[in-house]
Design a protein around this ligand. Structure first.
Ligand SMILES: [Zn+2]
Length: 132
């Protein structure tokens, strides 16, 4: 099993107030009990699982992840797809002195209207690009 360390993925900046992502206490909506902090192991696709910190209800065992953890999981899911390498293509990079550029095949961009791209760094050599 490949394990992803969520803490190594924390290079995305969040714009929303940090407290919204990291609730200190939570109440179970079903039992009306205070939930306990718990480490939750979440299986992503295939053979990848991640540990996230969340909350667990002592009675019904319902698990809950804060929004920040959920977003980290989203990112981990992307990384897991990259690790699986089930779909990839090679492009050559060119460098203009400031930026690297590469061409995106038009087959990937059939729904693109704006010429804008959002880049989320995943590590020193990996990033996630979303065309708006
Ligand atoms: Zn409960």
């Amino acid at each position: 099993m490949k394990k992803i360390n969520l803490d190594e993925l924390e290079d995305v900046r969040f714009k929303i107030d940090k407290e919204a992502f990291k609730p200190k206490t939570l109440t179970c909506s079903r039992c009306n009990l205070k939930m306990k902090k718990a480490e939750i192991e979440v299986n992503l696709e295939g053979d990848v699982s991640v540990k996230a910190s969340g909350f667990e209800c002592p009675k019904c065992k319902k698990k809950y992840l804060g929004l920040e953890e959920s977003r980290k999981l989203d990112k981990a899911l992307i990384v897991s797809r990259i690790l699986k390498n089930d779909f990839k293509m090679e492009r050559s990079l060119s460098f203009d002195g400031d930026n690297f550029t590469f061409r995106v095949p038009k087959e990937f961009t059939h729904d693109v209207h704006k010429r804008k791209i959002e880049i989320i760094p995943l590590g020193a050599k990996q990033f996630c690009a979303t065309i708006e």
